[in-house]
Design a protein around this ligand. Structure first.
Ligand code: MN
Ligand code: MN
Length: 268
């Protein structure tokens, strides 16, 4: 156990609020499989051995019933936080981040969120669903669950979402403005939410919404390593195995999880 709490993986097999394609519910098992695959060793680039006893834990997948899934996710993540752990959720579509952050905000006021995504996910509502994976950051900000929201890699802004960003004081770092490692510094607790579609689809085709012109895996790792602040939790969402090609995106998602864990453990 590290001083700031052992990171714990939690699989969240939920994709009911994905607006275009289902499939992300199958992601947690595939990411775990890639994380444990013997193709690579257990050391992260920052020199942390994830294979060391107690480096991190795995709580398995939450059992979810679509009807009350959000309440179950909030409770499941909250339980881990109350045990002093640092939950790293494997999604699932991005809608789950709203309910995850609710659990974090109750225990970590003054939260800063670093959000990697091709999309701002700031819609007031999407196709009649206020809980859609296109809306989580509108819900988070209107409820005051975060002190700061910094979005990185955005390349799909429209007028409505630009207005929403302004309304909520979101610090948006669009693709055009990268690199911006200086924006990834925070005072107080940090939550990292990583939507796999921030990556260029050439690196990560296994997503529901492929948006060309994204960051490379190398840039993603550089950004994660550049984070300054105390990471209390994270999620990696929107990996969609149905869209994947020969499992490459699972390998990339596992690499992102690995470097996130290494960052959290190494600096604890
Ligand atoms: Mn997203
Ligand atoms: Mn996205």
């Amino acid at each position: 156990m590290t001083a700031k709490g052992t990171p714990v993986l939690i699989g969240i097999p939920f994709d009911a609020y994905s607006s275009y394609l289902r499939g992300a519910a199958e992601a947690p098992a595939k990411i775990r499989e890639a994380l444990r695959c013997d193709t690579s060793n257990s050391w992260t680039e920052l020199g942390v051995d994830l294979g060391a006893a107690g480096a991190y834990e795995d709580a398995g997948d939450l059992e979810l019933d679509e009807r009350d899934a959000f309440a179950a996710i909030e409770a499941g993540v909250g339980t881990m936080l109350d045990k002093g752990k640092r939950p790293v959720s494997l999604g699932g579509d991005h809608s789950i981040t709203y309910t995850i952050v609710k659990a974090f905000a109750q225990r970590h006021p003054e939260l800063t969120i670093f959000h990697f995504d091709a999309h701002p996910d700031l819609y007031e509502e999407f196709e009649g669903n206020r809980l859609s994976h296109a809306c989580p950051f509108a819900r988070i900000m209107e409820a005051g669950l975060a002190k700061r929201l910094v979005q990185v890699g955005i390349r799909t802004m429209n007028r409505h979402q630009r207005e929403q960003a302004k309304r909520f004081g979101v610090e948006v770092v669009e693709m055009l403005a990268l690199p911006a490692h200086d924006k990834l510094k925070a005072v107080g607790p940090v939550y990292v939410t990583f939507d796999m579609d921030v990556l260029d689809p050439a690196f990560a085709p296994g997503v529901s919404h492929r948006e060309p012109g994204g960051i490379s895996v190398r840039q993603a790792i550089g950004n994660l390593h550049a984070i300054g602040g105390e990471i209390v939790g994270a999620d990696v969402v929107e990996y969609n195995p149905v869209q994947d090609v020969a499992g490459v995106t699972a390998t990339v998602a596992a690499k992102i999880v690995k470097e996130l864990l290494g960052k959290m453990i190494g600096e604890a």
